[in-house]
Design a protein around this ligand. Structure first.
Ligand SMILES: NC(=O)c1ccc[n+]([C@@H]2O[C@H](COP(=O)([O-])OP(=O)(O)OC[C@H]3O[C@@H](n4cnc5c(N)ncnc54)[C@H](OP(=O)(O)O)[C@@H]3O)[C@@H](O)[C@H]2O)c1
Length: 241
């Protein structure tokens, strides 16, 4: 067996106050890692960390000074994961709110690159950088141009940086629909209806949970030969629906 254990590894997860990032943070902690869970709001992080003995740190991923200072404070790292991303509504291009689009790009696309920029010099040998893309990066769907360009851009960055930052490893995880706060504010009924509708289009026939999706990051951090690639852990969304 030549995979690398996560026991006693230091892992920073940007976007860990909820959803997929929180599931990655908890999963890595359960495997014995020291985990720093990062988001913008310390109170939210503290509530999310609960009894999982996660360390927490507040940082806006879109702010380079904050990202640089946090990673300087953390020091040497074994793995960094970015799942931070805001809610991005569907819109035809002709009605697109460009201020909102700029914010979304600054958070997820620029923010992921900022983390990679400042984490790379601090990653120990064997270290990895994980980005989060999404099925809409390749699956062309009406009115989702902002999500498409962000996710497609990050997928291109994975391939580019896997070469540029080698021997550090760089990978992406592309989720399909996962019922999290990333769907935006919905009533419980609307959320249930949306989840049921999406699940019926997915080859697996159900909606993946954040924990299901976290498996891809936990695998990627431990798979020492994995780099420059995207793991489509998407319930089959790329081929179904
Ligand atoms: N859920 C889906 O259906 C789905 C599908 C495909 C791809 N994805 C992608 O998966 C990733 C994770 O989303 P999720 O579903 O887990 O959503 P989520 O539950 O809303 O989690 C997003 C996380 O990002 C953090 N965050 C947002 N803006 C930030 C900023 N500027 N700086 C630092 N942290 C920030 C949030 O914390 P604070 O707000 O407390 O800062 C939160 O912890 C996103 O990139 C999303 O695009 C999700």
């Amino acid at each position: 067996m030549t995979s690398t254990s996560l026991a006693n590894q230091t892992i920073a997860v940007f976007g860990a106050s909820s959803g997929i990032g929180l599931a990655v943070a908890r999963g890595a902690r359960a495997l014995g890692a020291r985990v720093i869970a990062i988001g913008r709001d310390r109170a939210r992080l503290a509530a999310a960390a609960g009894a999982h003995t996660l360390e927490i740190a507040a940082c806006d991923i879109a702010d380079e000074a904050q990202v640089a200072a946090l990673l300087r404070d953390i020091g040497t790292l074994n793995h960094v994961v970015v799942t931070a991303g805001g809610v991005v509504g569907a819109s035809p291009l002709t009605a697109l709110d460009f201020d909102a689009a700029r914010d979304a790009i600054a958070t997820k696309l620029h923010g992921s690159l900022l983390v990679a920029k400042h984490a790379a010099p601090r990653l120990a040998p064997g270290g990895s950088i994980g980005f989060t893309t999404g099925v809409l990066g390749r699956k062309i769907t009406a009115n989702t141009v902002v999500k498409t360009v962000i996710n497609a851009g990050l997928e291109a960055a994975v391939r580019q940086l896997a070469r540029e930052l080698a021997p550090l490893r760089v990978y992406g995880v592309s989720p399909g629909p996962v019922d999290t706060a990333n769907w935006g504010p919905l009533s419980a009924d609307d959320r249930r209806a949306r989840a049921a509708k999406l699940a019926s289009t997915l080859p697996v026939g159900f909606m993946a949970s954040a924990d299901d999706t976290a498996q891809a990051y936990l695998f990627a951090m431990q798979a020492r030969a994995l780099t420059g690639t995207i793991i489509d852990l998407d319930s089959g969304a790329q081929v179904g629906g």
